[in-house]
Design a protein around this ligand. Structure first.
Ligand code: ADE
Ligand code: ZN
Ligand code: ZN
Length: 289
């Protein structure tokens, strides 16, 4: 397919230049890792539903489309506020009724509300009620992406710094922002330093921990109390606590982040990627039971 410049793509291009930090959730690789962990853990019926809902060009690989929701933010403008939650500065708590709203105050328009919404849409799969009312392919892609985002600690961050987007830092020699450090930089440095830039090796290492060292906890990660199908508020609360205890901790404007920060935070990123993957699978398995 050719690539055409019209006024819209040109405008998007300059917007990208102007606001580089506001564009992505976990980077493409973070979402890819989460969805690769997920797809291995699907039940037979969930795997069949996912296969049916994915477009043919995805070749039954969910991970190829787990960043789709980020790429359509400019087309589906209404969706850009569904990727995060802004909580009150310095409180380090999340409360659905207080915090899950968009910038106009519309309730439920946050990453937790969106996960519940797309879960409910997907629950109509296979019922005669409504295959036409919703686009269940889009619902699957939103759910798969947003389950990742809600596990990025700074996607449940403070309001005034937009989840660390407005905190400039240095990542080793380069300029970055705290939010981007958690979306991408820690993951990229890990790939580069420990896995020869081969993402599959990173994923394999996480999968080994999931079936090995973490296997006891994994049973708890997967569960969702009170017979609920999705538990996004639990994950959002964990994220803001993790943001306070690890992401924001010891960071100010222009702090230089190097090995001390990288090596102490990497286990947290590993854990959140694994939890995101395991919980997306658990949720899809409950949806498509
Ligand atoms: N925009 C405003 N707050 C944000 C957050 N926590 N994460 C990503 N984008 C945001
Ligand atoms: Zn996102
Ligand atoms: Zn992000």
């Amino acid at each position: 397919m050719g690539f055409y410049f019209n006024s819209h793509t040109l405008a998007s291009f300059f917007l990208l230049l102007a606001f580089p930090a506001f564009t992505y959730g976990w980077g493409i690789v973070g979402h890819q890792i989460i969805c690769q962990i997920t797809q291995d853990r699907l039940s037979e019926s969930a795997a069949a539903a996912v296969k049916e809902l994915l477009p043919a060009y995805a070749k039954n690989d969910l991970s190829t489309l787990c960043s789709w929701a980020d790429t359509i933010k400019f087309r589906y403008h209404w969706s850009s506020e569904l990727h995060y939650i802004d909580t009150p500065d310095d409180l380090c708590t999340y409360n659905y009724n207080r915090d899950c709203k968009d910038e106009d105050g519309v309730k439920g328009r946050c990453v937790s509300g969106a996960i519940t919404n797309y879960t409910n849409q997907l629950l109509t799969y296979g019922s005669s009620v409504d295959e036409s009312q919703y686009n269940l392919t889009e619902a699957l892609l939103f759910l798969s992406h947003l389950m990742g985002d809600i596990h990025q600690p700074l996607h449940v961050g403070f309001t005034s710094d937009r989840g660390g987007n407005t905190i400039p830092v240095r990542w080793f020699r380069r300029k970055s922002e705290l939010h981007k450090v958690w979306d991408k930089d820690i993951i990229e440095t890990t790939e580069d330093r420990f896995y020869d830039d081969v993402v599959e090796e990173f994923v394999d290492a996480l999968k080994q921990n999931i079936t090995g060292e973490w296997s006891d906890q994994v049973v708890k990660w997967e569960k969702c109390s009170n017979n609920k199908v999705a538990c996004p508020d639990v994950y959002a609360s964990e994220s803001i606590q993790t943001a306070c205890n690890w992401a924001y901790k010891d960071v100010e404007n222009n702090t230089v982040l190097e090995d001390d920060y990288f090596l102490s935070r990497l286990p947290i990123v590993n854990l959140r990627l694994a939890e995101g993957g395991v919980r997306l699978a658990g949720t899809l398995n409950r949806i498509f039971k």
